[in-house]
Design a protein around this ligand. Structure first.
Ligand code: BMA
Length: 322
């Protein structure tokens, strides 16, 4: 078949010194560090906003900075963004899984994260210029919803956000729009979990923020398979139309990255690779930063050109079922 050449090709190469960050690196006692958002600051520093689970079981966010994105990390001495349930009751059980989008027109970084409320996980937004002071906008999509990230610019005049509500239809990926980043509507289903024995049959959700390439928006998403010994979290690839991201031009059949290394297979939650951020170098090299087994942080490197070629060989347009 047309895709056979690329099926056996590994699209991402793990950094040999993975994991790059673990609880032992933290300047204060914590249980685990995982699922980091990522961005490159204007001075070239790579910043990871890490999900840190302390020994209460609740999570907060903590920034780690490195000149090269691989080592020499400087970690904030305390939480950078701590749950604030007095003013934001939806953060009562912690904040998790940040995805960072730099918004050029606002000159700000938008951090979309999960707030774990009594009603379940919801989507919250904070803005920052320096990852020291944060402007919280509170819950922008109520429970149950998570795995969300903003697109970096207006789409047909509106802000756009991809997210994963749980509805009677299942755990699928949607897009919504806003005039002001606070009120969200125009909700549309864009990508569905498959069914039966597929690797992404249980649940799907956005992994990193969308990646803009000339052909559209590349979407890395996690697919979950339920098995007798627990869930397996793997990574899939899709391409959305540039001007109308409601249209999924291509979706790959196979997962492109899954738990194989011991630090991905064994941890607090076995068999999980969970990227929430990436850094791009020279318009092609992509480093994905991911939580491994909900325990540590790892990085793997690929090429945008190869991801696109693989999708062209192994993808087909999404057929939505209503
Ligand atoms: C998802 C999220 C992630 C986590 C993953 C595996 O639902 O909660 O934060 O890494 O499960 O436990």
């Amino acid at each position: 078949m047309k895709g056979s050449f690329f099926i056996s090709k590994e699209l991402f190469t793990r950094y040999p010194k993975n994991p790059i960050l673990t609880a032992k690196d933290w300047p204060y006692p914590v249980n685990t560090v995982f699922n980091p958002g990522a961005t490159r600051l204007k001075d070239g520093t790579v910043l990871l906003l890490c999900r840190v689970e302390d020994k209460s079981g609740l999570s907060h966010l903590c920034a780690a900075r490195s000149p090269n994105g691989f080592d020499s990390w400087e970690i904030d001495p305390l939480a950078s963004l701590h749950p604030n349930p007095q003013e934001y009751p939806e953060e009562i059980w912690g904040i998790e899984d940040p995805r960072i989008t730099y918004i050029d027109s606002l000159n700000k970084y938008a951090i979309v994260y999960t707030s774990f409320s009594r009603g379940g996980p919801g989507v919250s937004l904070a803005l920052t210029t320096d990852f020291i002071n944060y402007e919280r906008l509170g819950v922008i999509l109520p429970p149950e919803d998570k795995d969300a990230a903003l697109l970096p610019r207006l789409i047909r005049g509106s802000w756009a956000m991809i997210h994963r509500p749980i509805t009677n239809l299942g755990a699928h990926i949607w897009i919504s729009y806003s005039p002001d980043l606070k009120s969200w509507g125009g909700h549309k289903l864009i990508l569905q979990a498959r069914k039966g024995a597929w690797w992404d049959a249980g649940k799907i959700g956005l992994a990193t923020p969308p990646i803009e390439i000339p052909e559209g928006w590349l979407i890395l998403y996690h697919g979950v398979r339920f098995t007798a010994s627990g869930c397996i979290y793997r990574l899939g690839l899709a391409l959305l139309d540039k001007e109308n991201p409601e249209i999924c031009l291509l979706r790959g059949r196979h997962w492109i990255f899954g738990p194989e290394a011991p630090y991905e297979r064994f941890g607090d939650v076995n068999n999980v690779v969970f990227p929430c951020g990436y850094i791009i170098e020279n318009d092609d090299k992509i480093h994905i930063y991911y939580g491994a087994a909900d325990t540590s942080i790892a990085v793997a490197t690929g090429s945008l050109k190869e991801l696109k070629q693989w999708l062209e060989a192994n993808g087909q347009p999404e057929q939505l079922e209503y």
